[in-house]
Design a protein around this ligand. Sequence first.
Ligand SMILES: CC(C)(COP(=O)(O)OP(=O)(O)OC[C@H]1O[C@@H](n2cnc3c(N)ncnc32)[C@H](O)[C@@H]1OP(=O)(O)O)[C@@H](O)C(=O)NCCC(=O)NCCS
Length: 177
Amino acid sequence: MMNPLETFSTDRLILRRPVPNDAEAVFAYASDSDVMRYLPRLPSTDIAESRAFLERCERVWETHEALVWAITLNQGMSLIGMIEGRLSAHGVELGYVLNRPWWGNGYMTEAAGPVIEWALGEPDVHRVWAYTDVDNQASQRVLERLGMQREGTLHRWMTHPTPSDAPSDAFMYAIWK
Ligand SMILES: CC(C)(COP(=O)(O)OP(=O)(O)OC[C@H]1O[C@@H](n2cnc3c(N)ncnc32)[C@H](O)[C@@H]1OP(=O)(O)O)[C@@H](O)C(=O)NCCC(=O)NCCS
């Protein structure tokens, strides 16, 4: 049985469970087509979708389907993005997003590092993985910096409806114990 941590603290960040008040900050990135380019859904056009997402975060945490943490700057507490671990029998799949003003500062590597360390410290977690569009170089750099290995290419693996309805190829990355 997993023992999820509710908060993580790093040099610059605090990860915490999302709250309903986060809806505006979620909508700020979820409505940006540059941010959503390599994510599996179209940009939001209505903040109600962000509220529904936050309700889902609450629900899936309780069922241990997935754990979602809001990534906040420890100075000022602004919500800059989200990181999610989807739980399966022996592993955790990571998903993550940062709002555009905060790209390029190494924040996602800083946020994901302790999440991976926590996950691999759980007795039942043997593998942490993430896949990313072959064109999403920023995400690949993050996964490589986290010490994950590129295991291969998943052809026609997922659809990113913002650029195209055609399924695109993805790289699978993983770290295991
Ligand atoms: C992918 C993402 C999480 C990277 O997080 P980050 O904290 O910005 O990552 P880093 O600061 O380590 O930068 C990673 C790479 O982004 C690129 N990058 C940096 N600044 C950038 C900017 N202003 N605009 C675009 N790309 C930029 C660089 O190639 C950098 O690689 P380098 O360090 O070798 O130069 C972030 O870009 C993001 O949220 N993108 C949208 C959502 C997404 O694609 N999620 C992942 C789905 S698999």
